[in-house]
Design a protein around this ligand. Structure first.
Ligand code: AMP
Ligand code: MG
Length: 412
């Protein structure tokens, strides 16, 4: 049996990022992977500007003895004022450029207007406290600098990265093309929701879980449906899947019973290693490649066969398929963050394998355990918000600190 890390060490060196890139509108780039470093076209902010509604002043004009200034001009956001005259203040609003000569902003809550209700050129303003130089000024380029890298190649684009790209002035981004993944699901017992269940039948849940996992990672999935437990049908599905994809994933049929046809089918259409990984749930994982055509020159499509049990299938996807796909996408951040959190449960029957327990963060900041940790009970994963990575043979006592990986870290 391999440890999870040994399996990753075998697997990940094979994953080479796809070469093809696409130019997409910034607005359409959510969930894509940046293909090149992105430099800002502008300084952000473009000029020193006010972070408050208030008055731009020169600190040297104020002293404890005299705290009033003449309001000489009004500078709303989007307009540029005049240089500040001696002993004058400029009425200024959030985002407006600091006028030449001003060195601090006094927020309007710290002032009293001495003449009319609305500050005009004739009015005087009383500053309530001596300001400190530079206060409430946002400096030119403090967010982004023109010509400097704002986002690096390999960045997964979340909403905030699209905003950064837009503030850098970019209408379009170069991203990696989507990784194309074909999926099929083996098992004579499987039916699709909406179909009647025959005796001994179950609904195919892995299809929805795995296709949605692929979409969350920004892949373009192809659903090849349910494939009967026969060698010929499994081989035919592999041939169909190999043509236009980077990776084929399957669920079920990776054990070594005579109803498990993945191993002989992939071996006939390419090559395969069947691994026993010392994790729970999980354990069997097949990794190999399927020939794209009849001759060696046409290349190969990667193959990963996941176990059929719904939790095993989901977990092996998150632990092994996800990092492989992220490398195909050219991502630079493939390791999920782990957090050390307090277990508010006992888990005393530690397994010889590395267990991944489904848990949920509770309002007290600890972790609760789902009562049924069976590999067939998928509600454990929907109840939970993450996994505890539990080393082999190590029971957990209530109150111990454990390694917690949120599902949110594993689904993007
Ligand atoms: P297998 O890996 O084919 O031996 O299947 C292991 C268990 O997972 C069996 O109980 C199967 O019925 C179940 N299973 C296999 N594929 C699926 C699927 N697509 N959806 C839900 N359960 C499945
Ligand atoms: Mg099966």
């Amino acid at each position: 049996m391999l440890t999870a890390q040994e399996a990753l060490d075998h697997l990940l060196p094979h994953a080479q990022a796809v070469d093809e890139v696409e130019r997409v509108a910034t607005q359409a780039a959510l969930g894509r992977v940046l293909a090149e470093d992105l430099a800002s076209l502008v300084d952000v902010p473009p000029l020193d500007n006010s972070s408050m509604d208030g008055y731009a002043i020169r600190c040297a004009d104020l002293s404890a003895a005299d705290m009033t200034l003449q309001v000489g001009q009004r500078i709303p956001a989007g307009s540029v004022g005049q240089a500040l005259q001696a002993r004058q203040a400029a009425r200024i609003f959030t985002g407006a450029p600091i006028p030449a000569g001003a060195d601090a902003i006094v927020m309007q809550e710290d002032t009293s207007l001495l003449a009319s209700e609305n500050a005009g050129p004739a009015d005087r303003v009383l500053i309530n406290h001596l300001p400190s130089s530079g206060q409430w000024i946002r400096r030119r380029g403090e967010d982004l600098m023109a010509g400097k890298v704002a986002l690096t190649a390999g960045t997964f684009l979340r909403p905030q990265e699209l905003g950064v790209a837009a503030s850098a002035g970019l209408t379009h981004l170069m991203v990696k093309r989507r990784v194309r993944v074909a999926a099929f699901f083996t098992g004579d017992e499987l039916a699709l929701p909406g179909e009647p269940l025959k005796p001994g039948g179950i609904y195919n849940s892995n299809r929805d879980t795995l296709l949605a996992c692929l979409r969350s990672l920004g892949c373009a999935p192809t659903d090849l449906g349910i494939v009967p437990d026969r060698l010929d049908t499994t081989r035919a599905a592999l041939r169909a899947a190999s043509a236009n994809h980077d990776l084929i994933i399957t669920s079920g049929g990776v054990s070594v019973g005579e109803e498990d046809h993945i191993k002989p089918a992939v071996n006939a259409e390419g090559r395969l290693d069947l691994w026993q990984i010392a994790i729970k749930p999980g354990k069997p994982l097949a990794f190999g490649a399927v020939r794209k055509g009849t001759d060696a020159a046409s290349g190969e499509t990667w193959f990963m066969g996941l176990p059929g049990n719904p939790v095993s299938s989901f977990l092996t996807f998150l632990l092994f398929v996800r990092p492989f796909i992220l490398l195909l996408q050219g991502r630079n951040d493939i390791n999920p963050h782990r957090y050390f959190m307090r277990a508010d449960f006992d888990w005393l029957r530690a397994d010889r394998r590395n267990e991944f327990l489904r848990v949920k963060v509770n309002p007290a900041g600890g972790l609760d355990l789902f009562s049924n940790q069976s590999s067939g009970v998928l509600t454990s994963a929907s109840w939970g918000d993450g996994l505890v990575d539990c080393p082999p043979n190590q029971p957990i006592q209530r109150g111990a600190m454990v390694a917690y990986i949120p599902f949110s870290e594993l689904l993007s």
